[in-house]
Design a protein around this ligand. Structure first.
Ligand code: FAD
Length: 402
């Protein structure tokens, strides 16, 4: 595999680096609240053609020709300087690509610009108490009455619902159709009467998850993406983007570097832990996984660069499984290195941050958090089933009929 990008791309890298010299912001701008600083960064990134490159200008994107190598260089450089990580929110990273593929012109014009600007926050309403892996069995209903959908039922594990303005969700609108064909993808304003959001406390002590209840909630009939009963196909598009968001090789490398620093800093038997053969062995093993994940990511990106999207799918699905597994190995090793400090509870002010893992309580938080991504967006077991069935033609998993 040729890992050199060539002259043209290295010149492009220089332009990205030059742009990033203005981050973090300086002077008066550095005193703005962090959300405003990030909004400024995003706006300038769009103007410079580095942010939201696949989105047409008329919807607020920077509309650049598809180039996977440039995308990769931008990701690398943005990551290197710690540029805002909220560029790929559920709205920008999942809803927007879905609307670009399935939305009407009016929906694209109405919803994409505020989603990119971050002024309209979205949450994802898929999972229900009885429907997670077997999502197609979902029961939350949408009944068309005149020019309105009437929604009833319950969603669960809805990340960020407590601050969301809108939800993209799946509702059973065709109760008599076979289960996959009875679902529609609806856009729900969260301020409608009949919606109740109840927070759920997480392992870490934070409140990011919610239950969302719908009691005769009325939304306009036009708030449907795709056709009635086509929601399953539309939601699959969103999930592909979600799995891609979860598998981030740069975060993994960064966490591994932090783990090595921690092993140098912590003591075992009066000496730096990194000198302990058992710890060294674990670090080497984990680095093997990190490098394997990076290579797999390169395979995905090479296939995408060549326009071979089908070929990119297999490493993409594997990347979600292996990157979440590797992150867990990194965090478990760090947790073991912490010894008694591992019993400290994460601090209140750390719960909402994506800061690098440098404090003991920050490591505890990341250790607890590392369990979630292997479940979110489809569990590891489900991913392995999909890889086995679709990529290797293995016999299908046993399924309930319907
Ligand atoms: C961090 C995080 C964020 C999330 N955010 C959201 C969100 O914003 N919106 C949303 O809608 N949902 C969200 N979820 C929910 C997530 O999509 C579900 O948790 C996930 O799909 C699994 O569903 P479940 O929890 O009902 O588990 P279940 O489906 O009940 O699975 C339980 C166990 O059984 C295994 N299992 C199930 N079926 C099979 C099978 N056929 N073969 C082998 N093993 C199987 C699973 O792998 C798992 O280990 C989030 C979850 C997490 C952890």
């Amino acid at each position: 595999m040729d890992l050199e990008y060539g002259e043209e791309y290295e010149a492009f890298r220089k332009t990205v680096k030059a742009f990033l010299e203005a981050w973090p912001l300086q002077g008066d701008e550095a005193r703005l609240p962090i959300e405003e600083q990030e909004a400024l960064f995003r706006k300038r990134g769009i103007e410079a053609g580095f942010v939201y490159r696949n989105v047409p200008k008329k919807y607020g994107g920077s509309e650049q020709p598809h180039d996977a190598i440039k995308d990769q260089i931008i990701q690398q450089e943005f990551h290197r300087v710690g540029a805002p990580r909220d560029l790929a929110t559920q709205a920008a990273g999942m809803l927007v690509p879905t609307l670009l593929e399935f939305g009407t012109e009016a929906q694209k014009e109405r919803y994409i610009p505020p989603a990119l600007e971050g002024t309209e926050i979205w949450c994802q309403g898929y999972s229900e108490p009885g429907s997670g892996s077997d999502l197609a069995s979902l029961q939350c209903s949408g009944r068309l009455e005149g020019d309105e959908w009437v929604l009833n039922g319950q969603k669960i594990w809805t990340s960020g619902a407590q601050r969301a303005h809108m939800m993209f969700g799946l509702f059973r609108t065709e109760p008599d159709a076979p289960k996959h064909a009875g679902i529609s993808y609806l856009l729900v304003p969260m301020d409608r009467s009949g919606i109740e959001v109840r927070p759920l406390r997480e392992l870490s002590g934070g409140f990011e998850f919610n239950e969302v209840f719908f009691d005769d909630v009325r939304i306009p009939a036009g708030n449907i993406v795709g056709e009635r009963g086509q929601g399953w196909a539309v939601s699959r598009a969103t999930l592909v983007h979600e799995r891609n968001l979860i598998a981030n090789p740069f975060l993994m490398r960064e966490a591994f570097d932090d783990l090595v620093a921690l092993a140098r800093e912590r003591k075992r038997g009066g000496r730096p832990a990194i000198e302990d053969p058992w710890i060294r062995q674990r670090l080497v093993e984990i680095e093997g996984y990190v490098r394997a994940s990076e290579t797999s990511n390169m395979l995905q990106f090479t296939a995408a660069h060549r326009g071979e999207f089908e070929k990119a799918m297999r490493p993409m699905m594997m990347n979600k499984v292996f990157s979440t597994d590797t992150m867990q190995r990194i965090m478990k090793c760090a947790y073991d290195l912490l010894g008694g400090d591992g019993l400290l509870a994460p601090l209140e002010e750390e719960l909402d941050t994506w800061a690098r893992t440098t404090t003991p309580t920050g490591w505890v938080l990341q250790y607890l958090f590392s369990m979630g991504p292997a479940i979110a967006g489809g569990t590891t077991h489900i991913q392995l089933n999909i890889i086995g069935e679709r990529s290797y033609g293995l016999p299908r998993d046993l399924r309930k009929s319907g």
